[in-house]
Write a protein that binds this ligand. Sequence first.
Ligand SMILES: Nc1ncnc2c1ncn2[C@@H]1O[C@H](COP(=O)(O)OP(=O)(O)O)[C@@H](O)[C@H]1O
Ligand SMILES: [Mg+2]
Length: 357
Amino acid sequence: MLAIAARRMGYRVHAFEPQPDCPAGQICDLEVNAPWEDSAALEKFAAGVDVVSFEFENIPLSVAERVARMRPVRPRGEVLHICQHREREKKFLQANGFPCAPFCVVDSAESLATAISEIGTPAVLKTAEFGYDGKGQLKIPEPSDSKSLWGKFGGQRAVLEKWIPFEAELSVVCARGLNGELVAFPPSENIHKNHILDLSIVPARFDPSILQEAERIAGDIARALDVVGLIGVEFFLTREGKLLVNELAPRPHNSGHFTFDACVTSQFEQQLRAVCGLPLGSPELLRPVVMWNLLGDLWKNGEPDWSIVLSQPNAKLHLYGKSEARPGRKMGHVCVLADSTADALSCVEKMRQALEA
Ligand SMILES: Nc1ncnc2c1ncn2[C@@H]1O[C@H](COP(=O)(O)OP(=O)(O)O)[C@@H](O)[C@H]1O
Ligand SMILES: [Mg+2]
């Protein structure tokens, strides 16, 4: 989607991706498939472009560093280094005074036992690296034998986090330009199913003071990280009305996909502008919108009947061109623009029922 935004503004785009036939490659002028460790391929790739960004966190830091010797990498590798590792991310948030759930770092059955007694239960154990969509997480509802928990978890370095019985979840995608200019998109109210984002609702249905506070925190995080590009900040809203930062993503965020159809500037165009050193665009929301993620489960009987979506006049269908549909895999999304959130939500539920039937 970054490549689509770039193409529209006349840029040429090269993609580096280990797996062949990646969705970005379908749009780019050049797709390079090589392992991250292939320095010659990386250097050749870097030599062919003016500026480099990324839209995936699990890129080895060494790759960003190698490329940065030849071309500007935005956001800088250190941002990637912090955000790709939950322990570093939490410590960054804590050290800079950003509110987050209480946590302890865990690397053995013994330290897990100590952490459980410190944090209390319910709690959730999350791997430090490579987690997404709830993968690599184990909920611990009550105190139990830490040896068997640690064994079940697979014994990787992790963070134990207090379970937050939140009122709601929201997120803010914030852009920071090369000159430090900050522009936040309207906060999105997020509803997850099985730990995977299901719906984003914008405008988010919370008190304006909460939305302002979320935007302020996201901007402060972008500044503290010295980001050039985008930072997605996920929050829990507690029952006491307090915001806690859940996690950070230094790239376009799934909860920002609504911007493609509903804002003056999309998050992808904004990333492009930021990393190319251009002025940032307006994040203004044009209409209420609900974004619905299409997961691979919908493909259980083959290609879904898209006429169900396309016959809704205010629904916009986005399919990513991923070659294989697996349950839980994000294959695309739909944005419904409407006069009211209630109308957009009822349209989504109608399409959902028809597509799942
Ligand atoms: N400490 C927590 N308390 C309550 N719910 C949580 C907690 N941590 C995660 N969750 C739920 O699981 C979802 C996914 O967890 P998250 O930490 O965002 O990991 P990821 O998105 O990388 O899988 C969250 O959006 C939230 O719904
Ligand atoms: Mg998350």
